[in-house]
Design a binder for this molecule. Sequence first.
Ligand code: UDP
Length: 152
Amino acid sequence: MEHPERSFIMIKPDGVQRQLIGEIISRFERRGYKLVAAKLMTPSVQLAKQHYAEHDGKPFFEPLVKFLTSGPVFAMVWEGKDIVATGRKMIGKTKPLDSEPGTIRGDFGIDVGRNLIHGSDSVDSANREIKLWFHAEDLNSWKPVTQGWIYE
Ligand code: UDP
């Protein structure tokens, strides 16, 4: 009963400032996902640019990097069955008009440039982002006692 899929989930500076760390962790915990790593840190410009490399050159790139490096973010790795796709659903869509109530962005955000949280969009991105933000020894392998009540 191993579910090794992992996702990189990050509460952005607006989520930290708005004191939503607990609320967001709670949603992933209650769903049944397992926290594998977490840290509060202020990213360097280099790290922010590497993280968002696919958007380099777009009009929102520079403001996005400035925003992400403006203060602490809460970087996390979560693990569980289909965590990448489910995590994206829990986070909600990028466009504010499409982010449904019940999702994190849909419940707490209004503007695309202040959308509180990042979640990997594919397993490949997750692997890349986890390597970028964490050292291998920061990732905890552990077995929550609840697993048999979450997975059949
Ligand atoms: N973003 C923005 N303006 C835009 C599009 C994106 O400020 O018009 C920011 C927003 O913070 C978003 C991030 O760039 O979360 C990355 O965009 P992406 O399309 O990868 O969205 P996500 O995967 O975060 O939903």
